[in-house]
Design a protein around this ligand. Structure first.
Ligand SMILES: NC(=O)c1ccc[n+]([C@@H]2O[C@H](COP(=O)([O-])OP(=O)(O)OC[C@H]3O[C@@H](n4cnc5c(N)ncnc54)[C@H](OP(=O)(O)O)[C@@H]3O)[C@@H](O)[C@H]2O)c1
Length: 374
């Protein structure tokens, strides 16, 4: 299967993604019979580029990092996307076209990422995205659009990078009900809270996360709890069809003023953590992001630096915890790659379904009794 990719956004995540694709290429081919070809790339300020025969995406990443533009600016990203979908319509009809959406999170309404996802599905493409916006603001509508179009809308790396949360639910919890969850899901704030405990300054720790490309482009999204609220909404929407947006999640920011509280908690054997949680009670879902003082024995209290964890409360399996010890751009890029593998499998499955099975034919000379025994 050759998947054709249109990349909307070519920042830290997308550039690591194309390099990881190149690194994992032989494995994807050998283990999953998947090849990939980037045919289009759109950015906001560095222009766009399209070639139906495939682009040297790693070369383009080097190019962008050296400060050069990709190509001429498109009048609008959505216009570039629609034109690319049209030019790749044969690939789209074959279910081999994938739009990889990695634009920045917009916390007002998830736009324009939501529009990109909608346009991609309408044009017959599958969608994978690291952007939390679409699942946090418009999950129900987009999931329904994907189902109508018979395409996949996947976003494993939107929460805890490539650690399988949505895949876990989809593939391994078919008969269990998730009743709630709590977790530490924002790496930047957990890094800052840990660093301040160790005597670093709040500003120094934040700057380290910005240099590493881990903090959001607008760091106030991390510090004000919006990133965690968007993840909470996305999780609640997918895990229990909550129909929430990040604006309906209660939020507590992490500011430099928390310094004395962090140190006072540490002095009595407790740790301050930014805890994201949601629970179903009756028909309602309540989501929160709050600074909580946790005893050291609590799993979430043991998370250092950029580590994340999520505890899912289920009816039949009790609590299931997933801990992410290492996080970074590679893990995020891996989530996108794992979504591509899911799509590749789906393309192969649908091809198998499309091939009519040969009808069993009675061999000449066989008696009715022989046929009945078979
Ligand atoms: N960094 C992480 O570790 C991480 C982890 C998980 C999820 N995420 C999510 O992944 C996404 C990408 O993160 P990132 O770190 O790669 O961000 P980034 O470095 O800021 O890159 C964002 C890219 O999107 C482009 N873009 C923004 N708006 C656009 C528009 N309207 N049309 C076309 N292109 C547009 C930007 O173009 P210009 O540069 O030209 O403006 C840039 O190429 C975000 O939604 C983020 O929340 C990131």
């Amino acid at each position: 299967v050759t998947l054709d990719l249109v990349l909307i956004g070519f920042g830290n995540v997308a550039r690591r993604f194309v390099r990881l694709l190149a690194e994992l290429g032989p494995r994807l081919t050998y283990d999953h019979d998947i090849q990939t070809r980037v045919v289009g790339i759109a950015t906001r300020r560095l222009g766009c580029v399209f070639d139906a025969n495939g682009l040297d995406a790693v070369g383009r990443a080097d190019f962008v990092e050296s400060g050069s533009p990709l190509g001429p600016a498109a009048r609008s990203t959505i216009g570039f996307l629609r034109a690319s979908l049209e030019r790749m319509s044969a690939s789209a009809r074959g279910g081999r076209l994938v739009v990889v959406e990695t634009t920045t999170l917009d916390i007002v309404g998830g736009r324009p990422a939501v529009d990109h996802v909608r346009a991609a599905l309408a044009g017959g493409a599958h969608v994978v995205t690291a952007n939390k916006g679409p699942a946090a603001f418009a999950y129900r509508g987009l999931a329904a659009a994907a189902s109508r179009a018979n395409r996949l809308f996947l976003f494993e790396s939107a929460v805890m990078d490539g650690v399988p949360i949505f895949n876990l639910q989809r593939a391994a919890l078919p008969a269990a009900t998730i009743t709630g969850f709590e977790g530490v899901v924002n790496s930047t704030t957990n890094y800052i809270l840990t660093a301040v405990e160790q005597g670093e300054t709040f500003e120094g720790a934040l700057a380290a996360m910005q240099r590493a490309g881990i903090a959001e482009a607008d760091a106030s999204l991390d510090l004000d709890g919006w990133d965690a609220a968007a993840k909470t909404a996305a999780l609640a929407n997918v895990l229990f069809d909550a129909g929430l947006t990040p604006h309906e999640i209660e939020r507590e920011p992490v500011t430099a003023a928390a310094g004395p509280r962090i140190l006072a908690a540490r002095a009595v054997g407790r740790r301050l953590k930014l805890v994201a949680s949601a629970e179903r009670t009756g028909g309602a879902v309540r989501g929160r992001v709050r600074l909580a003082e946790l005893p050291e024995a609590n799993l979430l209290a043991q998370l250092e630096g950029q580590q994340n964890a999520l505890v899912l409360h289920t009816d039949v399996l009790g609590d299931i915890a997933i801990v992410q010890r290492g996080s970074g751009l590679t893990q995020t890029a891996y989530g996108l790659v794992s979504d591509l593998v899911t799509i590749g499998r789906e393309v192969r499955r649908s091809r198998t379904r499309a091939i009519p099975r040969p009808r069993p034919q009675a061999r000449r000379g066989r008696t009715q009794a022989t046929r009945d025994r078979r």
